[in-house]
Write a protein that binds this ligand. Structure first.
Ligand code: ZN
Length: 369
């Protein structure tokens, strides 16, 4: 169902007559926005300019532009981004102001010379409203476990998953829910702050100035937090501070890079070198992916809005592990093979396929990550 590289999107119709690059660039950006593309790739090669959109995380070929028209269009994009239009042999970075092209947000532009000609990547931004916990598409059991943990206000919740899998959105939804249940002092250390949540104290690390997660946390613990959010636990020092904070009556919510719930435990054990402490403070692990959803307009057959892929929008694909007595025991006795997730990827896959929300191929693509 995927478009092959020579095919074109069904409604791909850039206005190219009259050599009006202004109209063509506006059309292209609005076409991309209408399809919620996160990036537009324009790559000059011998046959013209290949146009690809990143849609729901996947780079998708949408059409080609003839060489002469493409040169004018690329020149216009560079002009709008205040780049040197005559420079094609060096990389440049710029920004197009939203009102110049009739969009709601600015467009970030990056150019790079390749052996077949210039390559431009345009990053689009969307004003999306923050989803509430019960709008994330999690199964009821996962929401219930998360809410329960928020109510306890101690120990550690860890999220894992590849970049772009929705971890930050989940954390913000948890914080909003937390403030609804019981307003408390929440401090975050992020890299960077992606969305401002009213009512909490959000801070950013700054590696250039030496403000690492560990250094920021040492100071922030003196700011009397009840809940600490740590953008990422990536070193031993941060792991030690996070575990100590959890042990001393703070709820800690953090991400940690691993491929599975068990991988999170392995990594935290390695960073802290104290499985008993990990077993006593870790409460819940959520391993999150976003898989593309079957297109609601064509039920997977392929239509214009989904570029013929049959997939549009995304739905969470999850693994969740709670630290009940059995799982705590497995960590304390270093028998991690005995860890039993409350929701396994297999169960999550069966749920999604049972509700016809996605395809097996899409699930398998994510299981390989
Ligand atoms: Zn469709």
């Amino acid at each position: 169902m995927q478009l092959d590289s020579k095919a074109q999107a069904i409604d791909w119709a850039p206005p190219l007559e009259g050599q009006d690059a202004t109209a063509a660039v506006e059309w292209l950006l609005q076409f991309a926005t209408r399809h919620q593309a996160s990036d537009v790739h324009l790559h000059m090669d011998r046959e013209g300019c290949r146009v690809q959109f990143r849609l729901d995380g996947v780079l998708t070929h949408v059409g080609t532009l003839p060489t002469e028209a493409a040169k004018l269009i690329l020149g216009r994009v560079k002009y709008l981004a205040k780049l040197k239009t005559y420079v094609e042999s060096l990389p440049q970075d710029g920004r197009i102001a939203a009102d110049e092209v009739g969009l709601a947000s600015d467009v970030r532009v990056s150019t790079y010379p390749t052996v077949t000609g210039e390559k431009l990547v345009l990053r689009l931004f969307y004003e999306e409203h923050q989803l509430a916990l019960n709008q994330l598409g999690f199964p009821a059991g996962v929401n219930k476990a998360l809410e329960h943990q928020l109510g306890i206000r101690a120990g550690m919740i860890l999220l894992t998953g590849p970049a772009g899998s929705g971890k930050t959105t989940t954390i913000y939804a948890l914080l909003q829910r937390l403030l609804e249940i019981d307003p408390c002092h929440v401090i975050t250390v992020e890299d960077p702050v992606e969305r401002v949540i009213p009512g909490i104290m959000q801070t950013e690390i700054n590696l250039e100035r030496g403000l690492t997660f560990a250094k920021a946390l040492k100071h922030l613990l003196r700011q009397d937090p009840q809940v600490l959010v740590i953008g990422e636990i990536r070193d031993e020092e941060t792991a030690a501070i996070a575990l100590r904070a959890a042990m001393t009556g703070h709820l800690v919510i953090a991400t940690l890079h691993a491929g599975s719930c068990r991988g999170v435990v392995e990594r935290l054990n390695a960073l802290s070198d104290d499985p008993n402490l990990v077993a006593s403070q870790l409460r819940l692990i959520l391993n999150q992916r976003l898989v593309r959803r079957l297109c609601a307009d064509c039920s997977g057959k392929g239509c214009a809005p989904c570029f013929g892929s049959g997939l549009r929008g995304r739905v969470p694909f999850l693994e969740m592990l709670r630290l009940d007595e059995a799982n705590q025991g497995a960590i304390e006795t270093k028998r991690l093979a005995r860890l039993e997730p409350d929701l396994s990827f297999e169960q999550s896959r069966d749920d999604l396929l049972g509700q016809a929300l996605t395809t097996e191929a899409e699930i398998n693509r994510h299981l390989q990550l």
